[in-house]
Design a protein around this ligand. Structure first.
Ligand SMILES: [Zn+2]
Length: 266
């Protein structure tokens, strides 16, 4: 069976957490993928993300971030140091992320809303200052995340793995921000509803590798699993895979300022 090759971009992967990373990237290239955005979560992961992107120029593009989950173990001076590292390496990064808010009660017990918001604001200030897109994690916090991004005057943002309210999704789309689809779009009700409602012009594909997916059979994801996100989006929207692939790749290239094959625009 000949599998159709699509020029896909994985817009969100934690490459430094992948086992067998080099093999996984080889597989991604052999599928015809054209880029992977490697997101950083904390200082160590930002350092590793930069190293991986230097080993894979023009294929792995780094984003530098400070995930809300990382804050639980960090003191104020460590947080400042991480933000300073991001700023010092800004010209190497295509985006700031993964950053955001997470209002799950277990995390809120460790890092309250105010502290999470203060750090997010600092990161958004950098995005605004250097005109970088942001990659956002907003679990149970979609509205607050959206409001902060908007208020801080950040122009380009992707709300990753969107599962929030339709009302917030409409605001996201109206302001030209994007949402991204993971392989959970094959089965997760809230995520599927959001993908169905978001116009194709507002969508990116991602894997959030190495996150585990699946209902009956669980599997650890890698960038090549982007074909699952693609298949699910095509099915949900009733649009052929080639069109979804081309549009989402152009959306990602536009957001992150990546060079794309001119043939894609046809
Ligand atoms: Zn992530």
């Amino acid at each position: 069976m000949v599998q159709e090759v699509h020029q896909l971009i994985d817009s969100h992967a934690h490459l430094e957490e992948l086992e067998g990373l080099e093999r996984a990237l080889e597989k991604a290239r052999s599928l015809g993928m054209v880029a992977v955005i490697a997101v950083g979560s904390n200082h160590q992961s930002n350092v590793e993300t930069l190293e991986i992107s230097e080993r894979h120029p023009a294929f792995v593009y780094p984003a530098l971030g400070l995930h809300p989950w990382a804050l639980a173990e960090m003191g104020a001076s460590e947080i400042d140091g991480s933000l300073r590292f991001i700023e010092d390496n800004m010209e190497k990064a295509v985006a700031i992320g993964e950053i955001g808010l997470d209002y799950h009660k277990r995390l809120r017990a460790a890092v309250d809303k105010d502290r999470q918001q203060a750090v997010l604001k600092d990161a958004l200030r950098l995005a605004q200052k250097y005109d970088k897109p942001v990659i956002l994690h907003c679990r149970y916090a979609w509205k607050d995340c959206f409001d902060l991004v908007h208020q801080m005057g950040v122009k380009k943002a992707v709300f990753h793995w969107y599962t929030g309210f339709t009302s917030v999704l409409r605001e996201i789309v109206a302001l030209g921000y994007l949402v991204s689809a993971t392989p959970a779009a094959e089965y997760h009700g809230e995520h599927r509803r959001a993908i169905r409602e978001a116009p194709l012009a507002s969508l990116l594909l991602e894997t959030d590798s190495p996150v585990e997916y699946g209902r009956e059979t669980r599997y650890r994801s890698q960038p090549a699993d982007i074909v699952r996100s693609l298949g699910a989006v095509a099915e949900l929207k009733g649009i052929d895979e080639s069109t979804v692939a081309r549009k989402t790749t152009l959306n990602a290239a536009g957001l992150f300022g990546l060079p794309v094959d001119q043939g894609l625009a046809l």
